[in-house]
Design a protein around this ligand. Structure first.
Ligand code: ATR
Length: 279
């Protein structure tokens, strides 16, 4: 990685931002492709996010990623947003145009789908319904991704029913809501099960889910990647389901931003996974 006065600068805005893996991830690609550029962490307080985003063209920056808690608020600072970002209601990738205008995209849906295609190539979107555990921001992106992929029906189940209902209403009539205590029964016709809750993450409570009714050919994906093999993935793998871990979604969502800022289409490889995991 070199950085001259002509170098391109991008980064990630979050609060806090120190947990973000994005600097390691983009740093790996910058070194690999020997690019004249840099990717920096930017700790931005919630009250300052609009001002920080509007400063990007003023500072001559190529763009930024936006992470928690700014993804929804970033939408309002954009000059243009993609249809996907609009439907998800959140922006995670900002590109500064040659005219200084800010374009907002949401690449979480793309990241989820690319990871699924890479790790479960046999999964057929149109073959069976999907079940989503959780109704937060990640669930919103994944529901939009699955709708666009042609999944015939989606079942959302969440501890707080009102959040599941709000998400389902936005995607009506594609989604149905099942009460959280009935989640095990909802697995009966699933071709894909996705955990988007924080349950099973190191330091969080375990995900309590009986997989008995899940069809043996269903794919099981978890967005949690600390640990990489969650108890859900271990249990699903033991009964023969194809499993998809959460790290790849993070790696793939970074690709469109890197391509736009630095002009190279980067790949998700075992070396990249190892570099990000080693951190
Ligand atoms: P994100 O936007 O990153 O998806 P979030 O909005 O905090 O994060 O969502 C976390 C998800 O984990 C939610 O679906 C949350 O359920 P609630 O909507 O009921 O809060 C779920 N979750 C977190 N802790 C949980 C717990 N102890 N039991 C069940 N669900 C839990």
């Amino acid at each position: 990685m070199t950085l001259t006065a002509k170098g391109k600068i991008a980064g990630v805005m979050g609060w806090p931002v120190r947990h973000s893996r994005s600097p390691q991830l983009h740093g790996h690609w910058l070194r690999l492709h020997n690019i004249d550029g840099s990717y920096i962490p930017m700790p931005v307080r919630p009250a300052d996010i609009q001002q920080a985003l509007r400063a990007l063209p003023v500072l001559g920056m190529a763009g930024t990623n936006v992470t928690l808690p700014h993804k929804q608020a970033a939408l309002a600072a954009m000059d243009n947003v993609t249809d996907t970002a609009q439907r998800i209601g959140a922006v995670n990738t900002v590109i500064v145009g040659a005219d200084g205008k800010l374009s907002g995209d949401n690449t979480d849906a793309y990241g989820f789908m690319e990871n699924l295609r890479q790790l479960a190539p046999g999964w057929q979107p149109g073959a069976a319904p999907a079940v989503i555990l959780g109704a937060g921001g990640a669930a919103q992106a994944i529901c939009v991704a699955l709708q666009d992929a042609g999944v015939p029906r989606l079942t959302i189940t969440n501890r707080t029913a009102a959040r599941a209902q709000a998400l389902a209403a936005a995607l009506d009539p594609f989604c149905q809501v099942v009460p959280w205590p009935e989640r095990a029964a909802a697995l009966a016709d699933a071709g894909l099960l996705v955990n988007t809750t924080s349950l099973g993450m190191a330091g969080a409570p375990p995900l309590d889910l009986d997989l008995t009714r899940l069809p043996p050919d269903a794919v099981v994906a978890d967005i949690v990647y600390t640990p990489l093999e969650t108890a859900l993935l271990a249990a699903a793998g033991q009964r023969g389901n194809v499993v998809v871990d959460g790290l790849g979604m993070l790696l793939h969502q970074a690709r469109p931003g890197f391509r736009a800022w630095f002009g190279v289409d980067p790949q998700v490889t075992p070396a990249l996974r190892a570099a990000v995991l080693a951190d």
